[in-house]
Design a binder for this molecule. Structure first.
Ligand code: C2E
Ligand code: MG
Ligand code: MG
Ligand code: MG
Length: 292
């Protein structure tokens, strides 16, 4: 009957919808609390120069740590915080923490050492984004050459005037810009012409089948060569195997980042890791080739 159907309907839909929006509300309020309780921390993943095997910097990656929930990865809270605008305050905290670390590290690591920060589309739409960043740079006396800003390729889709203005301002201040996740669906080579990027980060989806799948390998190497001919530096993301590492090195890719080199680490872990390897990674020749 209609009554039963209605009841079933009610039973089936309402609790679900409720729990969906309730969950979002819950995470939003937990995020607000996380901001005021400083529950965020930064992990750093090394960037390895493929020509010299030297560690030339790292990427700063946010982690949310809470006693009850443990670690919540960024993909579980960054999109929501972009929607509700909390990302602006979170981004401020990230920048503060990263700058404090950059200053500490620049005391004992080399000139060219650099740390990359991820900035979301929502942050870049703020009219005062560059002013606030500049204030933080002054506050910590960070060298502009020691930082780099990563923006995801998807962001450029919306093509907002404010975002474009901010990118141009950043670049005119001498801050290097990376195009993150290059190749994740919406790539347009015209972005490379239109915006002031100096680095292209090849998304890890490209490397998944490299080097065994011929087409994937051809695609990756073509992008590396194309980027180079346009004057961009290339960073390969998600390097998980020695074969991928060797492939990228042979193709002339500039920098590698991925679990094969190291996972993202806390400040303390990163420092210990650097001390242990002396800033250089030794990679023994791969013996797989000789077995073929
Ligand atoms: P992303 O900027 O593309 O960062 C690279 C992601 O790949 C990181 O995930 C990293 O841990 C992961 N990764 C690194 N090497 C490997 C590998 O060899 N294999 C695999 N499978 N994964 C690898 P994570 O830390 O979970 O961050 C996810 C995304 O969240 C980032 O993607 C970035 O878009 C965003 N994000 C992270 N930190 C921040 C932040 O401080 N602010 C903003 N706005 N977004 C952030
Ligand atoms: Mg990134
Ligand atoms: Mg990426
Ligand atoms: Mg990504």
């Amino acid at each position: 009957s209609a009554k039963t159907a209605g009841r079933n309907c009610h039973k089936y839909f309402e609790p679900k919808m409720n729990s969906w929006s309730k969950q979002r509300l819950e995470i939003s309020s937990r995020l607000r609390k996380a901001i005021s309780d400083n529950e965020f921390t930064i992990h750093y993943q090394p960037l390895l120069c493929l020509k010299t095997n030297k560690v030339v910097g790292g990427e700063a990656l946010i982690r949310w740590f809470n006693k009850e929930e443990g670690i919540t990865p960024p993909d579980r809270f960054i999109p929501l915080s972009e929607e509700n605008g909390l990302i602006v305050r979170i981004g401020d905290q990230v920048t503060e923490m990263v700058f404090a670390t950059v200053v500490r590290w620049s005391l004992y690591w080399e000139e060219e050492f650099r740390i990359a920060l991820n900035i979301s589309a929502r942050e870049l739409q703020e009219a005062n984004f560059v002013d606030r960043l500049t204030q933080q740079i002054k506050k910590y006396s960070v060298k502009k050459s020691a930082i780099e800003i990563e923006v995801t390729e998807r962001l450029l889709l919306d093509n907002r005037t404010q975002s474009v203005k901010n990118l141009l301002k950043l670049s005119s201040l001498g801050i290097r810009l990376s195009l993150d996740d290059f190749g994740t669906g919406y790539s347009s080579l015209s972005y490379l012409q239109k915006y002031p990027f100096s680095t292209l980060k090849l998304d890890r989806s490209f490397l998944k089948l490299v080097p065994h799948n011929e087409k994937s390998a051809a695609l990756s190497s073509s992008i590396i060569h194309l980027a180079h001919s346009l004057g961009f530096e290339v960073i390969a993301e998600g390097v998980e195997t020695q074969e991928q590492y060797e492939f990228l090195k042979a193709e002339g890719c500039d920098i590698a980042q991925g679990y094969f080199i190291a996972k993202p680490m806390s400040v303390e872990e990163f420092e210990n890791w650097m001390d242990q390897c002396g800033g250089y990674i030794h990679i023994a020749p791969d013996d797989k080739g000789s077995k073929k």
